[in-house]
Design a protein around this ligand. Structure first.
Ligand code: BJW
Ligand code: ZN
Length: 242
């Protein structure tokens, strides 16, 4: 870890990629862990436009359950360290796959949100009367599945599903953040693209690569420094050594 601590200088370009594991200690279920399954559905079976088109009530039930869980959760020590780094290091970038909003609630600056937000919604029909996406903090919807206030049709969660493209400007911000000196991948199973490819991209740009995860992932063997453990304990340990 000393090697990493030496590299975390005020001049260093530091990029962090986070996944669901960062919010695990807050009580937010991960996608692929044993507690991540909802009613025995894999995320790949629910997080698609096809699944929504087939059964919007089922998909909305999953999102409503997750909103309810997340609403009771607080940012943990990992979110707080990253929020502190986002103001302390001038060249710090946080890319998150998470949609829970806990990085935002911890006060992290300039977040690159790859997969949208569970607290946003969009008109499923794209009625044209509504904004492209809008914030909706409702935890218990009066009507399920919830309806578009502009046209009365269905609304969908404001997240990126499998098979959907990420916003071009978000991808270009992320690509720009790959030009860094230290790249840390934290709490992600590193199986969902394009995020899973970022570590190789950063390495190709000369970055020192670090992973924080209690389990091995496809990235573990290729990083310069694999740190095995929870983000909520390892990040505060690193922060205390700076
Ligand atoms: C801890 C911990 C603690 C526990 N501390 N750690 C190239 C190759 C192959 C496939 C593709 C490819 N390019 C695109 C694809 C297809 C697809 C894909 O990647 N499929 C793979 C499954 C193979 N990708 C897409 O479709 C993407 N779109 C795209 O690329 O568009 C262009 C395109 C379109 C069509 C065809 C081809 C290209 C979009 C992906 C969208 C993913 N969306 C989801 C749902 C978001 C909405 C929602 O939340 O409902 O995003 S899926 C889900 O997985 C969610 C997550 O953000 C994402 C990643 O999961 P994450 O965060 O890694 O969580 P887990 O649960 O997997 O892992 C948790 C980890 O934490 C574990 O490792 C634990 O050990 C660890 N952990 N406690 C630290 N305390
Ligand atoms: Zn509408």
């Amino acid at each position: 870890m000393e090697d990493l601590v030496r590299r975390l200088t005020p001049e260093a370009r530091i990029t962090v990629l986070t996944g669901a594991g960062v919010s695990a200690a807050s009580g937010v279920p991960t996608f692929r862990g044993k507690d991540g399954l909802w009613k025995n559905f894999r995320p790949e079976a629910l997080a698609t436009a096809e699944a929504f088109g087939r059964d919007p009530s089922l998909v909305w039930e999953w999102y409503a359950w997750r909103r309810f869980r997340i609403a009771t959760c607080e940012p943990n020590a990992a979110h707080l360290v990253l929020a502190d780094w986002s103001v302390r290091f001038p060249n710090f970038r946080l890319i998150t796959q998470n949609v829970d909003g806990l990085h935002e609630r911890a006060g992290t600056q300039n977040i690159i949100r790859l997969h949208g937000s569970i607290w946003e919604v969009a008109c499923w029909q794209g009625c044209g009367k509504s904004p492209k996406r809008w914030r909706d903090d409702t935890v218990t919807f009066k009507q399920m599945p919830p309806r578009c206030p502009y046209c009365g049709g269905l609304i969908r969660p404001g997240v990126v599903w499998f098979g959907e493209t990420l916003e071009t400007n978000i991808v270009s911000q992320a690509m720009n953040a790959m030009k860094c000196d230290v790249f840390m991948t934290i709490g992600t199973s590193a199986v969902v693209y394009p995020a899973a490819g970022f570590i190789e991209q950063a390495r190709a740009n000369g970055a020192y690569t670090v992973e924080i995860n209690p389990e091995a992932t496809p990235a573990t063997r290729s990083v310069d420094l694999p740190l095995s453990g929870g983000a909520e304990t390892i990040l505060p340990t690193i922060a205390a050594s700076l």
